[in-house]
Design a binder for this molecule. Structure first.
Ligand code: SF4
Length: 717
C-alpha cells in the first residue's frame, strides 16, 4: 500500500496515450476536448537525442505535447521530460523583469537601465584591466544562433577568447579526443544505424535514464537478440539486459579498454586491411599492448580477465559493431584518453565508415554539439578553427569586421581560478547554473563572489542568479525560434510555439541588444516571419560544415552536418578517409586519479554520480513541473554489505562527506552498486551534491572528474 507511482516500472513516456485505440487513455487536454488553435513543430530542449515535438497551442498557452510520427529522430516516441515536463515555461517563479543589485538586493529595473549598467561596467573594466579580465559562459540549452552570437559578442565586442560552455564539464574530452584520432570531434554515425548493427558497446552511459528514446531503441535491439556489452560501475537497466556487463571500479576505463584491445590483438581479430590503408601508429600501439600485465589490470578494474576477453571477442567478431559512450567516459582524469582508446577499438576492428558501426558519443544537453560547433570554447572559434593561428584570426577579423583577440582564452575552471586570484573581474553567464552544477561548490561560489560584475541570463532565480549583479529574464525553447544540433550532428529547426512571457526576451535578442548598445551594430535578430534566418545565413558563411544550410532547406527533419551547398547532408562520417587523413592509434597506460591517491585513505568509498530519468541536470525546469511529484529528492545508493557495516537501512538519512564538504541524503540499500561504491544524482539544490565533488580535472581538457569522488558515509544523527 505504500508503493508510489514512481516505484512502478512505468517510465511515463506517454506511448500508451499516443497509441491507445479506444482513447481510454489520453492526455488531459484531449480528454477535456479543448481544441487547439494551432500545432507547432519544434525540438525538445532537454537531452541531445533531439526529439521532434508537436506542440498544441491555444492562445498563448501550451495545451500539450506529442511526438510527430514522421520525425526521423523519434518516430512518435518521447520520454516523460519531452512530452510532459513543459509547464515550467509559465511557472510563477519565471523571471519577468531585469534585476540589478542595489544595496545588496536584486531589485526590478527597466531593460534600458539594466543594459546601461552592464555596458558602463564592462567598458570600465575593459579600460582598467583589459578585455581578458572579462569572460562568458554560453548555454547548450540555447539555439545555435544564440550561441554563435554569444561567442561573437565576447570575441568581437569585448575582445577576448574567454568564452566557454558546459561542454567543458561533459563532452569536451570527446570532442578533443576524437579530433586527435579522426580529425572530427562528433558522432560518426546516426542512431538509426542501430537497425544495421550486430553489437552495441555501451560504455559509461545510462541511456534509458539520460537519453531515453535512444535507450529504448538500444533496449529493443538487445531484446531482438543483438549482442549488448555494457561497461559501467552501476548495474543499469541496460546492464541487466546485457550479454556482457563489465562492472568495473569507477575511474579504471583506461585499464579495461587496454585489456580489451590486448585480447583482440592476441586473438588475431583485427582488420588488417583497414589498419593498413586507413590508419597510422598501429605497430607502436601493439608493442605496448603486448607488454600489458593482465593480472595487474584485472586487480585494478576489479573485473575478471575472462569476462573482459569474452566481451572483447564479441565486439571484434561482430560484422558491425557500434559504440556509445557518455559522461562515465569523459568525466574522469583520463577522460580524453579513454575516448581515444574507444576510437582504437573501432579502428582496429574496421568498425568505421559504414552503416551500423562507429563511435557515437551520447551528447548530454540538447544543443551541446551546436554550442561547440558555434565556437563557444576558448581555443577554437565558430567552425573549429584554432584561435591561435594568425590565418584564422585574419579569417574571423574579416567575418566580424574587427580585429580578433590573440591571447589564449580561459576554460571554465581557469576562469574560476582567475577570479579567486583577482585577475578576472566580470563574467556573463547565459543559461547555466554553474553554482549548482560545477564541481566543488564552495570553490565556485567563492570565485563568483569575487567578481565586480556577474551578469546572468536565466528563466528563474537559480543558485548562480542569486549571486549576480544583474539578472536578465530570458525565454524558454517554447518561446523562441532557431536551430539545435543533436548528438548525431542533425541541425533541426526550433519554432516558437508561444511568444516570450511578458517582460522577458529571447536570449539571442538580449545579446543583439547589448552588442548594439556597446557600439557594434547588428541586423535585426528575427526576420519578418519570426525566423532568425539572417543570423543562420551569417553562420553558413563562417562555419564550413554549415555551408549548405538555410532555414528553408532544413525542412521538418533537419540536415546532418557537414552540409554541402544545395543542402546535401552527411549521415556517416569518414567513409573513405578521415578528416585528418589517416586515423591515428594512441596508447595510454592507466594512471590512478590524484583524488584517490590523496584522499582514499581517509575517505574509503568511491562516490559516482549520474542523472535520473525524471529530472534533468540542475532540475531548474523539471522541478517546476509535475515530474517533481514522481521524484522529489536525490537518493544515495549503497551496497547491502556496506550498509550493514555502517548500520544504514533504506530510508535512513545519511551524512555523505568528502575532503570538500558534506551533504545529507536518503539511503537506498541496493546491489546495483558493488561494495565500496556509492551512487547518487545531483538534481536538487536542497542537497547540493557538488559540495563534495572535487576540482580534479581531465588532464587534456579540464573536464571535471565528477565520476570518482573519495567519500565516506554514516547514518545521520
Ligand atoms: Fe527530450 Fe531526450 Fe526525452 Fe527525446 S529522449 S523527449 S530529446 S529528453
Amino acid at each position: 500500500n505504500d508503493l508510489l507511482f514512481g516505484d512502478s516500472s512505468c517510465v511515463s513516456c506517454g506511448a500508451c496515450a499516443e497509441t491507445c485505440p479506444t482513447a481510454a487513455i489520453s492526455d488531459r487536454y484531449q480528454s477535456k476536448a479543448i481544441k487547439a488553435d494551432k500545432k507547432v513543430r519544434t525540438i525538445c530542449s532537454y537531452c541531445g537525442v533531439g526529439c521532434n515535438l508537436e506542440v498544441a497551442v491555444k492562445g498563448k498557452e501550451v495545451l500539450s505535447i506529442r511526438a510527430p510520427w514522421d520525425a526521423e529522430v523519434n518516430k512518435g516516441h518521447t520520454c516523460l521530460k519531452g512530452r510532459y515536463a513543459f509547464g515550467f515555461y509559465k511557472h510563477p517563479d519565471r523571471l519577468r523583469t531585469p534585476l540589478v543589485r542595489k544595496n545588496g538586493e536584486l531589485v526590478p529595473v527597466s531593460w534600458d537601465e539594466a543594459y546601461d549598467y552592464i555596458a558602463e561596467k564592462l567598458n570600465a573594466i575593459k579600460v582598467q584591466y583589459g578585455a581578458d579580465a572579462i569572460s562568458g559562459i554560453s548555454s547548450a540549452r540555447c539555439t545555435n544562433e544564440e550561441n554563435y552570437l554569444m561567442q561573437k559578442f565576447i570575441r568581437a565586442v569585448v575582445g577576448t577568447n574567454n568564452i566557454d560552455c558546459c561542454a567543458r564539464v561533459c563532452h569536451s574530452p570527446t570532442a578533443w579526443g576524437m579530433q586527435q584520432s579522426f580529425g572530427t570531434g562528433a558522432a560518426t554515425n546516426s542512431i538509426a544505424d542501430l537497425d544495421y548493427t550486430d553489437c552495441m558497446l555501451v560504455i559509461g552511459a545510462n541511456p534509458t535514464s539520460a537519453h531515453p528514446v535512444t535507450g529504448a531503441k538500444i533496449k529493443q535491439q538487445a531484446m531482438k537478440g543483438k549482442t549488448l556489452i555494457v561497461i559501467d560501475p552501476v548495474r543499469t537497466v541496460l546492464a541487466e539486459l546485457a550479454d556482457h556487463h563489465l562492472q568495473l571500479r569507477p575511474g579504471t576505463n583506461v585499464a579495461l579498454l587496454n585489456m580489451m584491445q590486448h585480447f583482440i590483438v592476441e586473438a588475431g581479430l583485427v582488420d588488417h586491411d583497414f589498419i593498413e590503408n586507413r590508419c597510422e601508429n598501429y605497430e607502436e600501439l601493439v608493442a605496448q599492448l603486448r607488454q600489458l600485465d593482465i593480472g595487474k589490470m584485472e586487480a585494478i578494474t576489479g573485473v575478471p580477465a575472462e569476462k573482459v576477453k569474452a566481451a572483447a571477442i564479441a565486439y571484434a567478431r561482430a560484422n558491425n559493431a557500434m559504440s556509445f559512450h557518455g559522461l562515465g567516459v569523459t568525466e574522469h582524469s583520463q577522460g580524453a584518453k579513454t575516448v581515444m582508446l574507444i576510437t582504437n577499438l573501432a579502428m582496429m576492428t574496421g568498425n568505421i565508415g559504414r552503416a551500423g558501426v562507429g563511435v557515437n558519443p551520447l551528447r548530454g544537453q540538447n544543443n551541446v554539439q551546436g554550442a561547440a560547433d558555434m565556437g563557444c570554447q576558448p581555443h577554437q572559434g565558430a567552425g573549429y578553427f584554432e584561435m591561435s593561428a594568425p590565418e584564422n584570426q585574419a579569417f574571423y577579423a574579416n567575418a566580424y569586421g574587427v580585429l580578433s583577440p590573440t591571447s589564449p582564452g580561459k576554460k571554465i575552471p581557469e576562469m574560476f581560478d582567475a577570479m579567486i586570484e583577482g585577475s578576472m573581474k566580470a563574467l556573463w553567464v547565459m543559461g547555466e547554473d554553474i553554482a549548482q552544477t560545477d564541481p566543488n561548490t564552495h570553490h565556485v561560489v567563492a570565485a563568483l563572489s569575487q567578481l565586480d560584475l556577474l551578469v546572468v541570463q536565466e528563466l528563474f532565480i537559480t543558485e548562480t542568479a542569486k549571486l549576480a549583479h544583474v539578472v536578465l529574464p530570458g525565454a524558454s525553447f517554447l518561446e523562441k525560434s532557431g536551430t539545435f544540433t543533436n548528438g548525431e550532428r542533425r541541425i533541426q529547426r526550433v519554432n516558437a510555439a508561444v511568444p516570450p512571457l511578458s517582460g522577458t526576451k529571447t536570449d539571442g535578442q538580449i545579446i543583439v541588444d547589448i552588442m548594439n548598445r556597446m557600439g557594434y551594430s547588428q541586423p535585426a535578430y528575427l526576420g519578418e516571419d519570426g525566423a532568425p534566418d539572417t543570423i543562420l545565413e551569417e553562420i553558413s558563411h563562417v562555419v564550413p560544415f554549415f555551408a549548405g544550410v538555410t532555414w528553408q532547406n532544413l525542412g521538418d527533419n533537419g540536415l546532418q552536418w557537414p552540409v554541402q551547398k544545395g543542402g546535401i547532408d552527411t549521415k556517416i562520417l569518414h567513409t573513405d578517409t578521415f578528416k585528418r587523413g589517416k586515423g591515428k592509434f594512441h596508447h595510454f597506460d592507466f594512471s590512478e586519479t590524484t583524488e584517490l591517491l590523496d584522499n582514499a585513505a581517509e575517505f574509503p568509498f568511491i562516490l559516482t554520480t549520474s542523472r535520473d530519468l525524471v529530472h534533468y541536470n540542475a532540475g531548474t525546469m523539471t522541478r517546476r513541473t509535475h515530474n517533481s511529484e514522481i521524484v522529489e529528492r536525490d537518493v544515495l545508493l549503497i551496497n547491502p554489505a556496506d550498509a550493514a557495516k555502517k548500520n544504514i537501512s533504506s530510508g535512513d538519512i545519511t551524512r555523505l562527506f568528502s575532503d570538500r564538504g558534506e551533504v545529507e541524503l536518503l539511503a537506498e540499500v541496493s546491489d546495483k552498486v558493488k561494495p565500496g561504491v556509492l551512487f547518487t544524482t545531483f538534481h536538487f539544490p536542497e542537497h547540493m551534491v557538488n559540495n563534495i565533488t572535487s576540482s580534479v580535472c581531465d588532464g587534456d581538457t579540464m573536464c571535471p572528474e565528477y565520476k570518482v569522488v573519495a567519500a565516506d558515509v554514516e547514518r545521520a544523527a
